[in-house]
Design a protein around this ligand. Structure first.
Ligand code: AKG
Ligand code: FE2
Length: 284
């Protein structure tokens, strides 16, 4: 694993972060979550993770193989962690990067999936993949539809299973397989994040430690006109969404996707109205 991922600080100009993503398909950004926020988030996750078993049910055998049985997962994080729902999900850092990467290709973007992935001892390297392959029917080439990330909630080391990325692979032919020397390991301190495009090859790393857990926040965003991987309206139903900031409600898909200004139409209406307004009026 001798390839390198560009490294920037979260205080770097958005254009620099976006340029690294467009050039290399991935970038490590340090200090995405400030220490106080990180500590409060982890404190909220601790008791939830205590109750989670790595042996869990999955939609189908492929997903069971993909995640394996050594990973503790928290899904529907916005409904389980107030810190996530009110502060991490709508963090201004993600807004400015998503505005730059996804903004030009949609009326608005939304959360695709939010999962805490606590990869335990014995977790094997995930099958290397492109996240955007869930939308296999989307013709190629296409504009950028997804920005994905893993936030390190503990220090990410190679031994602990830091995310593995193939920089530049967003431009490769579909069939090309990443060779070991083309892979980079996203070693980074807690609070940093590795950001990658939907078309960049990557995967969770192998946890070769005897007793360490690699706690990461897998969070990705997608243009508002594609169906999301996690059903965010059911995972974070109106009763919970109502208590979250409006920006988080938007990201959870409660607002319509309005492309009328671009000559398109709207998506996601309820009773021909914008559900986020119905939520605000107590009608949802
Ligand atoms: O946990 C990681 O490092 C990456 C996870 C991932 O790529 C995925 O689940 O799609
Ligand atoms: Fe992935």
């Amino acid at each position: 694993m001798s390839a390198r991922i560009a490294r920037l600080s979260s205080s770097a100009p958005t254009e620099k972060i976006a340029a690294a993503l467009h050039d290399d398909g991935a970038v490590i950004v340090e200090d995405v979550l400030e220490p106080g926020l990180l500590a409060r988030f982890n404190a909220e996750l601790d008791p939830i993770l205590e109750r989670v078993s790595p042996e869990r049910a999955y939609l189908n055998p492929l997903l069971a193989y993909f995640y394996g049985n050594r990973v503790r997962q928290i899904t529907g994080v916005a409904a389980q962690s107030r810190v996530f729902g009110a502060e991490v999900l709508c963090h201004p850092f993600y807004t400015r990067v998503c505005d730059a990467i996804l903004g030009p290709n949609c009326g608005s973007y939304q959360l695709n999936v939010a999962q805490v992935m606590d990869r335990g001892p014995g977790a094997e390297q995930q099958l290397l993949h492109r996240d955007e392959d869930v939308w296999v029917h989307l013709p190629r080439p296409h504009a950028e539809v997804q920005l994905a990330s893993v936030i390190a909630l503990v220090d990410f080391t190679a031994e602990l299973g830091a995310t593995v990325v193939a920089p530049g692979s967003h431009r490769w032919e579909r069939e090309r397989v990443a060779q070991p020397e083309e892979l980079a390991c996203a070693e980074m301190p807690a609070g940093a994040a590795v950001l990658y495009l939907g078309s960049t090859i990557h995967g969770g790393g192998r946890n070769s430690t005897a007793d360490g857990w690699r706690r990461g926040m897998h969070m990705s965003f997608v243009v508002g006109w594609l169906r999301t991987e996690e059903n965010n309206y059911l995972s974070t139903p109106p009763a919970v969404a109502r208590t979250l900031p409006r920006r988080s409600q938007e990201l959870l898909g409660y607002s319509t996707h309005d492309a009328i200004a671009s000559g398109g139409g709207y998506l996601g209406a309820v009773d021909l109205l914008d559900p986020i307004e119905l939520l605000a009026q107590g009608k949802l």
